[in-house]
Design a protein around this ligand. Structure first.
Ligand code: GLV
Length: 378
């Protein structure tokens, strides 16, 4: 096996170990995938200032996100179907994040439930909320997250309808996979994945099954989103959700300064500059290119976080330099999980930590809390 030195190596290994329909689900973007690519590529265009002969001993990446201590400003993003990248994926990723000292965010569309994750962790994790038409179910989800002592609610704003991802349609994505010859082949060629999956009974959307009344067909994400997600969601809904939840609230999916101003008015604790990893509005700007404008618009009123395109510790550092207080990784930890399970998630975090630490030192800084625009080259 080749040495694993960067996130790209984990991606290559995950591609060999995870059935194609689930690897592709994580890897895909909407339509042309132009925004997905821009998220990654625009980081490369930002150049760093090399500084020399400054004390670089005793460095620290420790900081806070929404007032909560983090060992580095990198949370695990909410990602759907994580338990299909690897058996019990959400539980393993949450444990890896906890040991590393960074937040884990559980998606509403997860395989393992809120209660599953709570049963294997000792510190609070974060919960991501999708708002469904069935309000009772939403209220119940919020209450379940409270009961599990989740320490932040991440409300996603940019997925009332699902962006079209061609690969998912071509693969006939469903969870669990249908037993068609095509899916059987995709699984048969990944025996390690199958063995582990046979060893767990967590193979469907456990936050939803047995909790939502009107769920008819969960197998197709597209059909289910069309049927269940509320297309009339509005800023008014943020109010009652905030009130019902009563704890730290993070609004995810802001890409426009005008929306950022609206979000700041809600009294939420943070916003996440995000285009859903390029999975929703293809043709939108990259997250990192919009970050400075959003920080300028609301940075003095609300904490600004960023997700989308982060593939290295350098990318995290660039986002922090441009005004983000924290960042999220989705695909990098999923690749780690698919490649090597819990150890792979830890490895992904460790790769990012080392890259961030070395880069920070070579830019002449010793503390992440001192990193600002002055490390960015003109
Ligand atoms: C769900 O959040 C997805 O992007 O598939």
């Amino acid at each position: 096996m080749t040495q694993i030195l960067e996130i790209r190596d984990l991606k290559a290994l995950a591609r060999r170990r995870v059935p194609k329909l689930f690897f592709d689900y994580a890897d895909s973007g909407a339509w042309t995938e132009g925004t997905y690519r821009a998220n990654e590529e625009d980081f490369a265009g930002i150049k760093l200032r090399q500084r020399v002969l400054v004390d670089m001993s005793d460095r620290s990446l420790e900081t806070t996100m929404i007032g909560q201590k983090v060992s580095m400003p990198v949370a695990l993003a909410p990602t759907g179907l994580t338990g299909m990248q690897h058996a019990d994926g959400e539980m393993l990723a949450a444990q890896a994040a906890e040991a590393f000292g960074v937040p884990f965010t559980l998606s509403t569309m997860s395989i393992c439930s809120i209660e599953d994750v709570a049963s294997v962790t000792t510190k609070p994790f974060w919960f991501q909320l999708y708002v469904m038409r069935e309000r009772e179910f939403v209220l119940d989800l919020i209450d379940r997250a409270k009961a599990a002592k989740c320490s932040a609610l991440v409300m996603t704003l940019d997925l009332q309808i699902l962006g079209q991802r061609h690969k998912d349609l071509r693969n006939g994505l469903s969870a669990p996979p249908r037993l068609t010859p095509k899916h059987l082949w995709m699984m048969a060629t990944r025996p390690g994945w199958c063995m582990k999956m046979l060893g767990t009974n967590r193979r469907t959307f456990r936050n939803i099954v047995g909790h939502a009344k009107s769920v008819a067909d969960l197998s197709s994400l597209q059909a289910w989103t069309n049927e269940q997600f509320d297309p009339q969601l509005s800023w008014k809904d943020v109010e009652w959700i905030k009130e019902r939840w009563g704890g730290p609230l993070i609004l995810k999916g802001i890409l426009d300064p005008e929306d950022a101003k609206m979000a700041a008015k809600t009294g939420a604790d943070a916003i996440i500059v995000s285009n859903h990893g390029g999975r929703q509005l293809d043709g939108a700007h990259s997250s990192i290119s919009m970050l400075p404008r959003i920080v300028e618009a609301v940075g003095d009123q609300i904490e600004v976080h960023l997700d989308g395109g982060i593939r290295s510790g350098q990318d995290v550092l660039k986002a922090i330099a441009l005004g983000a207080k924290g960042t999220y990784i989705g695909r990098p930890f999923l690749y780690g999980l698919g490649a090597l399970g819990k150890e792979g998630v830890t490895l992904a975090l460790d790769i990012i930590r080392k890259e961030m630490d070395t880069t920070m030192a070579l830019c002449g800084k010793r503390r992440i809390t001192e990193v600002g625009r002055d490390i960015i080259a003109e």
